[in-house]
Design a protein around this ligand. Sequence first.
Ligand code: G6P
Length: 602
Amino acid sequence: MCGIFGFVSRRELPVALVVDALRTLEYRGYDSWGIAYEVPESVGTYLAVFKQAGRLPPKLPPLPTSPIALGHTRWATHGGVTDENAHPHLDCTATLAIVHNGIIENYRPLRETLERTGHHFRSDTDSEIFAHLLEDSLERAMTESRLSESPDLLVEAVRQAFAQIRGLNAFIVLHLPSRQLVAVKSTSPLVLGIGTDGVFVSSDAVALVGHADRIYYLRDDEVALLSPDGPRLFDRCTGEPRQPQWELLTLRPADTSLGGFPHYLIKEIHEQPRVIKRILRERLEDARQLAELIQRSYGTFFVGCGTAGYAALCGSYLFSRIARRHVNAVIASEFKYQEHFLTDRSLVIALTQSGETVDVIEAVQAAKRRGATVAALVNVTGSTVARLADFTVPLSAGPEQSVLSTKAYTAKLAILLLVAHILNGSEHVGIDVLWRAIDGMEQALAPATLDRIRAVAEHLVDAEHCYVIGRGLSYPTALEAALKIKEVTYIHAEGFAGGELKHGVIALIQDGSPCLVFSPLDETRPDILSGAMEVRSRGGWIIGISPEPDEAFHVHIPIADVGDASPLVTIVPAQLLAYELAVRRGLDPDKPRNLAKSVTVK
Ligand code: G6P
């Protein structure tokens, strides 16, 4: 988790630029934030550090300009949420500042040794260790070479310090005397950027928009040295120079702006019809190739976490129903306990918006170790999973900035539905049904539906619990709808397979208990409606999301009948309800407590 960012330039740039970048990266964690920058003084330059617990305030006092700066937004792992534990962290000489994303797994013994040798720690974090390790390595490298502050010595020192730590980590180091940054990583992402104003480095390319024209995704076996004259790349093991292959940054400011919406969550919910259109325009050939891979495999696994895990589950229903094919949907963090079936004929398909979820990365690595083929449905195309996979289908959803995943979810469903139809030899049916789904989504987003959802939100605003049921294709929808509600409203929402009601859940129903019922016009309708009636008879307040009304519903939210594409449409009112509830409860829809969008630690 955590977002890190830095720049170095030939001229002085506003330090506020780092703060703006941190706002873009805040989806990675918002427990605390901090910046460090060079202050040129007649008496000698020094590093100014400003950091504090809590979110970035909307307004900050004016910040100066500087030729070099870095910053951090934190999702706390080791050490509580305090000002001292906020990054950047300094070494004892206060000439090195570091920002960190990850966990240094062997931090205890390292800290003990460093303290014994006289290092003074100011925080409880694992991260600060790296500043002190680097201080030692730099001193050693300088003594050994008897040269001072040569750029390559800095790289050498970072290589040595990084070799001593264990875990998945990314660092940006600011070295004041040489006015340079160093970037180094293992699995956690880092992107370099070059623009007319200078050189930049960030956890995510979205924070480089407006600054860089060309970008480069740093690899695990590389170290980047960023100086005012430009970036240089080195092999992390040998120290040999390397040549990066720069690519154009295609993201534009409009992709990352709110575009007139009050929050990213509602903006991204509204973008969904456009994303599905883009998939139909751009991803058909990819879907065909994925279908071919599935055809050739002996055993297909879908893996994902959270929302992506529910997309995987929904995919398994779509494949069974449309392609008559069994696939295994496994939660990525559980995959390692089930990987024993994998062979070199297996196909593992990773579903992930960010491409950086550590459990998904580990599942992919396990699959590769066993010789399986890996495919990925991934939104961030330069991400770790995209680079590890043998074949990638980009979700084409554009940057998803709200912590809650919405458009990446329906994008995954659209691609899986297409692939299932291609496997069945009915590609044109898949395309038609997706066009119907686009219309259905637009109807679900229209003011008439929204009014009904707002009325439901008024009714539920003080609810403590909420139940969600669906069957068949709508069972994953029930799980995903409950996840959306609990993540952003903190109402205890539980999704169930409708048939499980009588096996325990119904004991929880009392007078006024809200229950969302997904009832598309498919074979699940009679049974889900009788389940809804049973809840109603026990006092439950029933909200039916369905193309047709029913006597079981207290409130009916009408949606279009779109056949097998129903999961793409039925989820939309639930996403809107979660948003409307969050707003009414005075919560930030884009940054729910304790969560982060990119879960890069275990
Ligand atoms: C976090 C996010 C979820 C997301 C999950 C998987 O928990 O809050 O919205 O579904 O990670 O993320 P991925 O990037 O792998 O899809």
